[in-house]
Design a protein around this ligand. Structure first.
Ligand code: ARG
Length: 402
């Protein structure tokens, strides 16, 4: 079961260079050799895939997805969707995401453990989708961004992710871990797409976040903190979270803290386009559109400041807010707001693999790693937007798209 890929160009994301005429040897699920074609012979009987006219790179990683979320069922439209229906929707979203070249995702919040079911079904081979790290329910305060605030008090509904106070929050981390969370997602501040809160206002206290982080790390799980607000970002970093999601209103102090603590920023700077263009039609609340108008541009400007300030960045888009499969549209903005195309690719490969804790298995085309490989016609190291046109996808040695 040996496959050989002849690559016209190959993006070495570790060195940050593009190599010519490379050969990758794949045995089973993994890469067993990679080097110049002249000195890397194809083993006898190997299947050869000719990508000599293309640029080959490691499968992309999106650190912020919601595969069970349908972007066209937002706001009150989402209330009629059962957790089971959402999980089944996720089957299609998973395929679209993988076919777009995203061979790994970190899914940061799903109701009914639909993300865990998707992950396990993909791993069992029931259908195709990316490798998944899952969070189960996003954990947050009552009435906060991670709760469900659209129903009247008569219904007395609270999301299963709600936990108030340090010990309740610790217990919630244990519950998520028990039912399949690989990573813990929390809501440190308010959000755009939630009712009745301000994106910039802090929600979890420092004390609650310290409890969550110590419990999660004790159980071997990293913590991803949704935080648009300045003080929430500050306290989440002090508490020791592994990544700040959104990061919209990060200030100079937050940038310095993130650099000092080695905290990753995962900033979803594409979806503003979709929210402003399609959001109302999709059912997003008028207040959400107004909130987006306040944070969208600031987030893009702060992306540039944080990156230039030396903060580690990993690629994450909040898919599910916008249509699955459009993930790579974000590369355009990452370059527009300060990265080189190579740096944007690194954010979606080696950096993301590091934040996942999967540095040994994904994120670069190196011996021993999974053969998660994509190819495009152009050269994405010159223009990362080429990654919206992925035309070859392999996951774990299996060709998904050619
Ligand atoms: N899920 C996020 C929230 O509701 C989406 C934010 C989208 N806006 C943005 N500028 N990134 O807060």
């Amino acid at each position: 079961n040996v496959t050989v890929i002849r690559a016209g160009k190959l993006v070495d994301v570790v060195a940050g260079t593009v190599l010519k005429d490379q050969t990758i040897v794949i045995t089973g699920e993994r890469i067993t050799a990679v080097g110049p074609s002249a000195s890397t012979p194809a083993p006898a009987g190997a299947r050869v895939i000719d990508l000599s006219a293309q640029t080959v790179l490691p499968g992309l990683i999106d650190m912020h997805t919601h595969l069970t979320g349908d972007p066209y069922l937002a706001g009150y439209n989402a209330l009629g969707v059962s957790d089971t229906r959402a999980a089944l929707y996720g089957v299609r979203a998973a395929r679209k995401t993988l076919e777009a070249g995203f061979t790994t995702v970190r899914n940061v919040g799903a109701s009914g453990f639909g993300d865990v079911a998707l992950r396990d079904a993909i791993n069992d081979g029931d259908f195709i989708g990316p490798r998944m790290r899952t969070a189960g329910y996003a954990i947050g305060i009552k009435g906060g961004h991670c709760d469900e605030n659209m129903l009247p008090p008569d219904m007395n509904f609270t999301s299963r992710g709600v936990a108030d106070g340090p010990w309740e929050a610790r217990a919630k981390v244990r519950e998520m871990a028990k039912y399949g969370a690989d990573v813990i997602k929390i809501c440190a501040s308010g959000g755009v797409l939630s009712k009745g809160d301000e994106a910039g206002a802090q929600q979890y206290t420092l004390e609650e976040m310290q409890a969550i982080v110590s419990e999660a790390h004790k159980l071997g799980r990293k913590v991803a903190a949704h935080a648009h607000g300045t003080s929430a970002i500050h306290d989440a970093i002090i508490a020791g979270v592994d990544s700040i999601e959104h990061g919209s209103l990060i200030d100079a102090d937050g940038i310095k803290l993130a650099r000092q603590h080695g905290t990753y920023l995962v900033m979803d700077i594409y979806n503003d386009d979709f929210i402003l263009q399609e959001g109302a039609k999709a059912g997003m609340l008028p207040e959400s559109i107004e909130k987006e108008k306040k944070v969208g541009q600031l987030q893009r400007d702060n992306f540039r400041k944080a990156f230039q300030g030396g903060v580690k960045m990993a690629f994450g888009t909040d898919s599910g807010v916008y249509p699955h499969g459009d993930n790579a549209k974000q590369f355009y903005y990452m370059v527009k707001y300060g990265m080189t195309s190579m740096q944007a690719i690194q954010a979606a490969t080696i950096n993301a693999a590091d934040l996942l804790g999967w540095k040994d298995s994904v994120g670069s085309l190196s011996v021993g790693k999974y053969a998660d490989i994509i190819a495009v016609q152009g050269n994405p190291a010159d223009d990362a937007s080429e990654l919206t046109k992925v035309d070859f996808v392999m996951k774990g040695g299996a060709v998904i798209r050619q």
